[in-house]
Design a binder for this molecule. Structure first.
Ligand SMILES: Cc1cc2nc3c(=O)[nH]c(=O)nc-3n(C[C@H](O)[C@H](O)[C@H](O)COP(=O)(O)OP(=O)(O)OC[C@H]3O[C@@H](n4cnc5c(N)ncnc54)[C@H](O)[C@@H]3O)c2cc1C
Length: 426
């Protein structure tokens, strides 16, 4: 009886011991499985972090700050006095994508010029990772000032920049661009060399497979000035959603054939557009000489196109004003004709304090220049950012919004005017 009890007790103890051992083994196994899982998810997380880091690095390698070296790989004559320059990054690394309509900023050392000269040129091709293209027209002396020197940089590009040369170029920028995936149909209006951003937009529509409808109205004098003709023809022939209407204002007898080289013998105007467009309900993208853009902008307004649907880029130091707008800072003249308001502009580093006539003086840059205060400048249209200055106090307002990003407390002198007393760090 006693032996049986001992046996049963031992068996029970053995059972409990087996259970304890089994329980311990199970929890050790579970713990190890959990550890394995944790280390796998740690690994997965680390891989994701590494992939994100590599992606960020790749992206930041593509984009660049300041100037990057580009080799002129090809220079091609496109029309009389207009040439395209194909630019490849000297470092051979891929280029960041840009938005069709944006421009590049160049810095050139020109003999006899005391400082490097800055100019902007629109990208005239669709985004590609291997090269950029700009298309530049020679600028002659103004008709009214025939003795003035011709345009410095446009002619320098034509006469002195050759295949194999290396140029300093800032990354693409600018707020004038097209979203190729947007739905509303687009009307593109180009005068002369203002065709460059439009070709970029059409090429981007075609290359991205976008179904956005686009009609381009392109105005030039005659076939001699008709830049990028073959490329435009190819774009409209191969893409059902792209239509091009070319207007020659003075076709050459015996050389320019209507229906073959051009569509209409007139200037681009809303009257021509009405013949091709069923309604005025589109988004309008416009680039060309300032008087041309002013005139078309006014006509579009009269046709009922809201100002918000018109996007434009000015190539020269001029800006487009809606017809109804009052002159900038217009103030009632006081008796005797004197300007009603003056504000004080202090250039702190130069130690100069100058009165600004509201409604009379033009830009902060011109005020500085006419008073011997040095501020570097480039495009003089609020695009390249060269004339950026910091303000110690006060603020500025703009006739037309700058085309580049500006930190708070700074401004672009070429398009700014003081909004009250101002202290400029220059
Ligand atoms: C965003 C943007 C994009 C652009 N894209 C393009 C583009 O794709 N293609 C293109 O061809 N251009 C483009 N431009 C225009 C380009 O940047 C230059 O403004 C243009 O090439 C003229 O520069 P320039 O150095 O040749 O002329 P400048 O030397 O600046 O001269 C301009 C004019 O002033 C005259 N002038 C010079 N000195 C005097 C004087 N003492 N008295 C009177 N007149 C004088 C010159 O004869 C000339 O007519 C773009 C401009 C901007 C802002």
């Amino acid at each position: 009886m006693e032996t049986a009890a001992i046996l049963i007790g031992s068996a029970l103890i053995a059972l409990v011991a087996v259970q304890v051992i089994l329980g311990t083994v199970t929890s050790v196994l579970a713990l190890s499985r959990q550890r394995k899982q944790n280390s796998l998810s740690d690994l997965f997380m680390m891989e994701r972090i590494e992939a994100a880091r590599a992606r960020r690095e790749r992206e930041s390698q593509n984009a660049w700050n300041g100037f990057r070296k580009f080799v002129v790989r090809q220079k091609i004559e496109e029309a009389k006095g207009t040439a395209s320059f194909y630019l490849e990054p000297h470092d051979g690394k891929p280029l960041p994508a840009f938005k069709p309509g944006q421009f590049l900023t160049f810095r050139l050392d020109v003999p006899d010029e005391p400082k490097p000269v800055i100019r902007c040129y629109s990208l005239s091709d669709g985004p590609r990772s291997d090269r950029y293209r700009v298309t530049i027209k020679r600028v002659p002396a103004p008709r009214k000032v025939p003795d003035a020197p011709p345009g410095l940089i446009s002619n320098f590009f034509h006469d002195h920049i050759h295949e194999g040369d290396i140029l300093d170029v800032r990354a693409p920028s600018g707020h004038f661009f097209m979203d190729t995936q947007a739905k509303p149909s687009a009307v593109l209006i180009a005068g002369g060399v203002g065709i460059t951003p439009m070709v970029s937009m059409l090429r981007a529509i075609a290359d991205s497979g976008s179904e956005r409808q686009a009609v381009l109205f392109y105005g030039v004098r005659n076939g001699g000035d008709h830049a990028l003709k073959a490329e435009l023809k190819e774009l409209s022939s191969n893409n059902r959603n792209i239509r091009i209407v070319t207007c020659y204002s003075g076709p050459r007898d015996g050389q320019d054939v209507k229906g073959q080289d051009y569509d209409e013998a007139c200037r681009v105007s809303v009257d021509v557009m009405k013949e091709y467009l069923k309604t005025s309900n589109h988004r309008y993208f416009m680039c060309g000489p300032p008087p041309f853009m002013q005139s078309v902008t006014d006509q579009l307004g009269e046709w009922g196109v809201p100002a918000d649907d018109i996007f434009s880029e000015a190539f020269g130091p001029a800006s487009i004003k809606a017809k109804s707008e009052k002159p900038r800072d217009a103030v009632e003249p006081v008796a005797g004709g004197a300007a009603a308001v003056q504000v004080k502009v202090t250039f702190s580093r130069s130690g100069k304090e100058i009165s600004w006539d509201v409604g009379k003086d033009s830009t902060l840059l011109e005020l500085a220049e006419s008073n011997g205060v040095e501020i570097n400048s480039g495009c003089r249209t609020g695009g390249c950012g060269t004339c950026k200055v910091a303000f110690k106090s006060g603020s500025v307002k703009y006739e037309s919004q700058p085309d580049c990003d500006i930190e708070s407390g700074c401004g672009l002198a070429c398009v700014a005017c003081p909004d009250g007393d101002l202290v400029v760090d220059a």
